[in-house]
Design a binder for this molecule. Sequence first.
Ligand code: PGA
Length: 258
Amino acid sequence: MSRKPLISGNWKMNLNHFEALKLVQELSYAITREDIDEVDVSVHPPFTDLRTVQTVLESDKIPFQLGAQHCHNETSGAFTGEISPVMLQKLGVEYVIVGHSERREVFGETDELVNKKIKSVFNAEMTPILCVGETLAERDAGDAESRVAAQLEACLASITPEDVGSMVVAYEPIWAIGTGKTASAEDAQSMCAFVRSTVSSLFGAEAADAVRVQYGGSVKPVNAHELMSQPDIDGALVGGASLAADSFARIVQYRNQA
Ligand code: PGA
């Protein structure tokens, strides 16, 4: 099966809605329709920017997909400050990042909670981007694979093989996020292949063949081509380098660096 790559820009807690509008417009000039024929592109602004970005994507017919960085697992209720998946779906959001390591580390999200969120994102007819990845201590102790396997098993518990095949898993080694340190292309490939083989043993070969596996952690224009050339890497989850149109566009256009 050929999997269409997905390159996602995770803006984190950056850019107000004026700045978001400017960045999307700049990206729409820099990224061509030919690029989009080859690569899906999603942008994940903060919640307060979503309506603005949705409006410009629709009115200017910009072929990027809208994403969110997080959501609550319930549909509505007394959860002060939270946003539900159905609210995001109404705004035209197609992808929701779930279980980012910053959510896990700073906000205490557990695998069990991530599992609930994945189910509610599917219930609201959106696609989860599930983040998994090990800490430096776990890698140094030789536990990277067992950590990622345990996250996949717990976060994907009782999801159907069909749904797993339709989603995105982002392998993000925590030591590479925002640090400027990127996993080598070989290590990234080997962990993304491990993600796929774990999906295969849990959900079968068809789901494993279909699931898109992104690499994330200091992806930049200079390393995008090598990472994206690996057989089990189907995309990138980009933080810092997604905040400037030039660098994000060059990552989307990684094929030109060949
Ligand atoms: P980074 O972030 O590209 O700034 O390392 C990646 C991420 O957190 O998704």
